[in-house]
Design a protein around this ligand. Structure first.
Ligand code: C2E
Ligand code: MG
Ligand code: MG
Ligand code: MG
Length: 289
């Protein structure tokens, strides 16, 4: 019986794997055409300075509108793009889109663009970034590249050289999703980031009694401040979370409490209405997703 069960299970698993593989390759094929078919779109989410309560920048976030499956989250398709190498093409497109969008906006708004570790490992990245900036005609200091700490797990000489090459272009660098990975402080010494983005998993739960997240956030912000880095708290949804991240020294906030990611039309209208930001949200319970 055990043997049968074993065989049965094997059969079941292999069919499952087959279905998985089919779904994966269907996704890959669809994604391959998505750019050409105009199914990809950049959304923009405001980032607010705590002190002035004004929008100082936007993060560019990719969206895929699949003709059959509807909106697909980047959490699902960025990984496929990375597995297939398509991320290089998608990433370059995202950079160009974001820079051109920024060029159409007034003032000295910042634009933050996510850069995959695979793009960061591409020796052509500095020229791709320089071309996007030059083509759009924006100041390099208006562009902020968000990278995650996973880039530091690879060859460190190459990583440091890439970081230096990008800084030399005059762009800003942000460390994204801080707190989700190894969170070693070692690379803060090696890589002079302009900003640390504290992951929403730290913000979540900051309001709970006895939570250690508040103490961790306070020490990250004081370290960042002494190194001359800004800190953005990600995923702030409630008034209580806003009060606490403010109290613990975060310089910027990005979250539904202020604004959700929006399409170009909405972002244009938001900017035309002025950059003052108003926090709107529940006091303590979290907003529905
Ligand atoms: P990320 O870079 O950490 O981006 C922040 C994510 O938090 C976004 O998810 C944003 O919509 C979400 N968010 C913002 N405020 C709140 C909030 O108050 N509550 C909650 N629950 N979520 C909030 P999104 O747009 O789904 O993107 C997911 C991830 O996909 C991004 O995380 C980033 O790692 C990746 N991604 C998105 N666009 C690109 C891109 O153009 N290139 C690359 N390489 N990665 C991208
Ligand atoms: Mg990001
Ligand atoms: Mg993040
Ligand atoms: Mg991320």
């Amino acid at each position: 019986a055990a043997k049968d069960g074993g065989r049965g299970r094997y059969h079941f698993y292999s069919q499952d794997l087959h279905a998985d593989a089919e779904a994966r390759s269907a996704m890959e094929e669809d994604l391959r055409d998505a750019l050409a078919k105009g199914e990809l779109e950049m959304f923009y989410q405001p980032i607010v300075a705590v002190e002035t309560q004004r929008i100082t920048g936007f993060e560019a976030l990719m969206r895929w509108h699949h003709p059959v499956k509807g909106w697909i989250s980047p959490h699902r398709f960025i990984e496929t793009a990375e597995d297939t190498g398509m991320i290089q093409q998608l990433g370059e497109w995202a950079l160009r889109q974001a820079c051109e969008q920024l060029a159409s906006w007034p003032g000295d708004i910042l634009m933050a663009v996510n850069v995959s570790p695979l793009q960061f490992a591409n020796p052509n990245l500095p020229s791709i970034v320089a071309n996007a900036i030059g083509h759009a005609g924006i100041a390099p200091s208006q562009l902020e590249l968000e990278i995650t700490e996973t880039v530091f797990l690879q060859d460190s000489a190459g990583t440091e050289a890439m970081f230096a090459a990008l800084k030399k272009l005059g762009v800003r660098m942000a460390l994204d999703d801080f707190g989700t990975g190894y969170s070693s402080l070692g690379y803060l010494k090696k890589a002079p980031f302009d900003k640390i983005k504290i992951d929403k998993s730290f913000v979540r739960g900051i309001t709970e009694a006895g939570s250690r997240n508040a103490a961790i956030i306070a020490s990250i912000t004081s370290l960042a401040q002494s190194l001359g880095m800004e800190t953005t708290a990600e995923g702030v949804e409630t008034m209580d979370e806003l009060d606490l991240v403010r109290k613990h020294g975060c310089s910027h906030v990005q979250g539904y409490i202020y604004e959700r990611p929006m399409d170009v039309r909405q972002a244009d209208a938001r900017i035309a209405a002025g950059l003052e930001a108003v926090a709107r949200g529940p006091r303590c319970s979290r907003a529905p997703r």
